[in-house]
Design a protein around this ligand. Structure first.
Ligand SMILES: NS(=O)(=O)c1c(F)c(F)c(-n2cc(CC3CCCCC3)nn2)c(F)c1F
Ligand SMILES: [Zn+2]
Length: 259
């Protein structure tokens, strides 16, 4: 069988509809362009609350499309509540999307600006659903916090992960990765935009309540270069430009919790 979906010219985002029709037929696909002037301030939106105990990080994996840190999500360890959400959402994993150069690479675009990378913290609704796979198929099943990465000064919180990338250069490789508090990757200000969307990779399920932070976190250009030392399929195929372009807004509203 041909290689599965990816980000190449033969299996990239413009081909995904061939195996995943929702890519073209969906009504709430992600990512999108965020135009601040067209978003609506909603005073009923609550602040985000991230509960945070000794973190339950498990492993660091090269998934073949991103680098991902998986969490033990059998109990309420890292829980997201508040914001636009009803109930509590458990952190399952976080991963990144980035470009071949620092001037692009994020999935969401904010007022015409592409950032160098974007962090996604993926949570699932553990109050309503039994496990991640079930939640991933429900319209209110997932909540993903998107954080923009901007090349500026070094980010010490990323160093522990980036210094482990040499061990997972190859697709499918995985190493133990513990005691990593994801809150260290958040900016001081948690002002956010929120809208109803989808997974930005196949199967592109329309099950994500997106929460995109307005304030980016920063990292150095050396740290950004480190991401690109990972491989998609082999040594001549560096992992980069693993982002989906913006999708039609259709009849969706984007709200924000700040004026
Ligand atoms: N970019 S994103 O939108 O933040 C994003 C996500 F939110 C995800 F949840 C996944 N995801 C995909 C699966 C396979 C599951 C296999 C069982 C059925 C559901 C999908 N695991 N996690 C994902 F790959 C991704 F890119
Ligand atoms: Zn993602």
């Amino acid at each position: 069988a041909g290689c599965g979906w990816g980000y190449g010219s033969k299996n990239g985002p413009s081909h995904w509809h061939e195996q995943f029709p929702i890519a073209k037929e969906g009504s709430r696909q992600s990512p999108i362009e965020l135009k601040n002037a067209e978003t609506k301030y909603d005073s009923s939106l609550k602040p985000l609350t991230l509960s945070y105990d000794a973190s339950s990080a498990k492993s660091l994996t090269n998934t073949g499309s991103s680098v991902q840190v998986d969490y033990e999500d059998g109990t309420d360890r890292l829980v997201l509540t508040g914001g636009p959400l009803c109930g509590k959402y458990r952190l399952r994993q976080f991963h990144f999307h980035w470009g071949a150069c620092d001037d692009h690479g994020s999935e969401h675009i904010l007022d015409g600006t592409s950032y160098s990378a974007e962090l996604h913290l993926v949570h699932w609704n553990a109050e309503k659903y039994c496990d991640f796979a079930e939640a991933a198929k429900a319209p209110d099943g997932l909540a993903v916090i998107g954080v923009f990465l901007k090349v500026c000064n070094e980010n010490p919180a990323l160093q522990k992960m980036l210094s482990s990338l040499d061990c997972i250069k190859k697709k499918g490789s995985k190493v133990e990765f513990t005691d990593f508090a994801p809150c260290a990757l958040l900016p001081p200000c948690l002002n956010y935009y929120t809208y109803l969307g989808s997974l930005t990779t196949p199967p592109l399920f329309e099950s994500v309540i997106w929460i995109v932070l307005k304030e980016p976190i920063t990292l150095s250009s050396e740290q950004m270069t480190k991401f690109r030392t990972l491989e998609f399929t082999g040594p001549d195929d560096p992992m980069q430009d693993n982002y989906r372009p913006p999708q039609p807004l259709k009849c969706r509203e984007i709200r924000k919790n700040f004026q």
